[in-house]
Design a protein around this ligand. Sequence first.
Ligand code: SF4
Length: 333
Amino acid sequence: MEIINTHTGKIYVDRELQLEFLTVGDYGKENNIKANFLGLFKEINGVENQTVDLSEKWVATISTQKGCLMKCSFCDCPTYGFFGNVNREELNYQIETILKHEKTKYTKRFNVHFARMGEPTFNKEVLDFAMYDLRDLVNEYIKAETIHPVISTMLPKNNKNLEEFIQKWVYIKNEIYNGEAGLQFSINSTNEEQRKKQFNNLSLSLEQISELSKKLPYPKGRKYTLNFAVTKDTIIDEKELSRLFDKNKFIVKLTPIHETHQAIQNGFNVTTSYEEYDVYRQFEEPLIKEGWDVIVFVPSKEEDKDRITCGNALISRNLEFEKENVKTLTKKC
Ligand code: SF4
């Protein structure tokens, strides 16, 4: 196994098992989040790289599939191919590896994102893992005040079990984790044409997502999240969003589209999103006026360069990137 050190943590690459997973700390919500409804009012004009403390917040991002069947046009993962689902044992293995390799034995918050390679709703083992394994496994290695698993889904239209999966996840969130779990829908645009281009026409339509969302019970704890990875060309019609989704069930989260090879190749305007708040303000203000709770999350340039964010499969990086970085940063595990 290879370990790639990043500015805020590590990426593990297990070529034999065809897995990659990530452990990182966080800069602190005062530094990379603006959310008026949480009392975080400061606009984020670029995020400074700084030391992170895992005992404050620890984020593990693991793969649920080996590669991905979706073909999101902003993500490098599909270029790796697809080699099946990650089984329950391998889900355990990823978290165990992450926990074993750190000295930290206490954290206020341990977040688990099923958001590295793959679309999690295609893998039912994720549900059993969260339900029966995750908490015992974490407690075996560290003391965590909160254990918070999060599902982020692109809402694949060819997944006949999608609704069943989401209903079960909501049950896990509300009943098993007493609200301390997340559900995020990747919406990205309120314009169907833009969505079709971004998700290569593999995601449900907004009307279908809206119908599905109406069948979900009200969330316990944190509301569900409508994710928008944006550039300045993104279309968000706040009135249309209010027609489609219930503000009492959902909040809106704005993040930049990451600088992946695919995003650049497919012409996404990704160059200014990290430093200038204007890009987010143009969406945030009308949404707040419309009554939405909005979180703006901005990673640092360094985090994006490290390819730590969802779906940017390290394994599929081009040879140049591999030569430049792996040589200098890799050590044997
Ligand atoms: S963003 Fe997620 S669902 Fe889309 S191709 Fe990448 S890994 Fe798959």
